[in-house]
Design a protein around this ligand. Structure first.
Ligand code: PXP
Length: 255
């Protein structure tokens, strides 16, 4: 259980702050570079249909800079033809397909891969053929995991939002149940040959039990790290998260 968990840093909310004033500052590309220096293994960005944070120009620039530096970009996107065309143009290292509702504040639940099988499968196939590693963002539900496997995805990203909310709100029994579901989901997905990632809502108080799940290979963390960067700086915030992830695997920050 000693394999290091990769950390993908989601830089969407650097763009949220920039967009509050228009203009170019703070620049998500600069944040991406600082994040990589601080110990991120890759950069995650969600190009939403309403462009509320990350813009098309950000994706152009992130793609170019990360490709030059041979570092992975994980593009999160809705399952739409517009987003498919953008992803096929950029061919990022990874694409994570997420559900998207315009009225939501953040990605509230996982994709319904069971109900959307006929619609999602061709997206997975085209993106995979273009060279991207395709991940489906789902709840830790056995039926969704099975359907993700049937849809041809290489990866599932398990939604940790319900677990993190339960911890923060002191709902201990629910938190335990959500964590048990994440553990079981990780075992099931791994047994099917899927690579297992996890993300959403993770902070210093919730990262350890999630990073300790042996099948999990990657965590994608954004909002908390960008918020914490206001107080301690992006580099120290990421370095502490990195240490907690390593300690969860018994690596004691030595990796
Ligand atoms: N993973 C996925 C698929 C997401 O949609 C998000 C939010 O964009 C994250 C991880 C990161 O979540 P948070 O910003 O809450 O850390």
């Amino acid at each position: 259980m000693s394999e290091r968990v990769r950390l993908g840093v989601n830089i969407d909310h650097v763009a949220t702050v920039r967009n509050a004033r228009g203009g170019l500052y703070p620049d998500p590309v600069r944040a991406a570079q600082d994040a990589l220096i601080a110990g991120a293994d890759g950069i995650t960005a969600h190009l939403r249909e309403d462009r509320r944070h990350i813009s098309d120009r950000d994706i152009d620039q992130l793609s170019a800079v990360l490709r030059d530096q041979e570092r992975p970009l994980n593009l999160e996107m809705a399952v739409t033809q517009e987003m498919l065309a953008i992803a096929l143009h950029h061919r990022p290292h990874a694409v994570c397909l997420v559900p998207e509702k315009r009225e939501e504040r953040t990605t509230e639940g996982g994709l319904d891969v069971v109900g959307g099988h006929n619609w999602i499968t061709p997206f997975v196939r085209q993106l995979t053929e273009a060279g991207s590693r395709v991940s489906l963002f789902i709840g830790a539900d056995p039926k969704q995991i099975e359907a993700s496997h049937r849809a041809g995805a290489a990866v599932v990203e398990l939604h940790t939002g319900a677990y993190c909310d339960a911890v923060r709100e002191g709902r201990t029994e629910e938190a335990e149940a959500e964590l048990a579901a994440l553990r079981a989901g990780a075992v099931q997905a791994h047994a099917l040959g899927l690579e297992v990632h996890a993300g959403h809502g993770i902070d210093y108080d919730t990262v350890t039990p999630v990073a300790a799940i042996p099948e999990i290979m990657e965590l994608n963390i954004g909002h908390f790290l960008i918020g914490e960067a206001i107080f301690v700086g992006l580099g120290p915030a990421i370095a502490r998260m990195r240490d907690l992830m390593d300690q969860a695997r018994g690596l004691d920050g030595a990796a």
